[in-house]
Design a protein around this ligand. Structure first.
Ligand SMILES: [Zn+2]
Length: 138
């Protein structure tokens, strides 16, 4: 399962966030299981593979196609995260006090600096910046 953070256009693969190259949606990206046509959305390069995320025109399902040195190596489900789902995701990867410090910081309220600094370190380990996270949840 891959996660696509819609507001950041970043893809999370094995707990690491990658920036992708966005496509304009005009390129064919395969056929969906519903029979619909899929459009290319974003290409991501990792150390080992190139990954294309396509979206179905009909049911809006997203699927990742994985290529190893140009050879098709399999499909994976993609879970798309909007602003609200991204908040839920933060609750899974951070402790309650870390989430609270981020939310408070985003709202311009008082926050616990040591909780925020722990949250920032955890996010950085996943290749996510605190500033971009704050922008999403603000
Ligand atoms: Zn479909």
């Amino acid at each position: 399962m891959l996660l696509l953070i819609e507001p950041l256009k970043k893809v999370i693969i094995d707990n690491r966030a990658y920036s992708g190259e966005q496509q304009n949606g005009n390129y064919f990206g395969g056929f969906c299981t519903c029979g619909g046509i899929m459009r290319q959305r974003i290409w991501v390069e990792t150390d080992s593979s190139s990954i294309l995320i396509s979206e179905c025109d009909d049911c809006w399902k997203n699927i990742a196609l994985i290529f190893n040195s140009k050879k098709f190596a399999g499909k994976k489900e993609v879970k798309t995260l909007g602003k609200r789902e991204f908040g839920e995701f933060l609750k899974e990867i951070l402790s309650p006090s870390e989430v609270e410090s981020i939310l408070n910081k985003a709202r311009g309220e008082r926050y616990n600096p040591s909780s925020l600094s722990r949250a920032k370190k955890k996010l950085a380990r996943m290749n996510l910046g605190l500033e971009e996270v704050l922008k999403v949840i603000a």
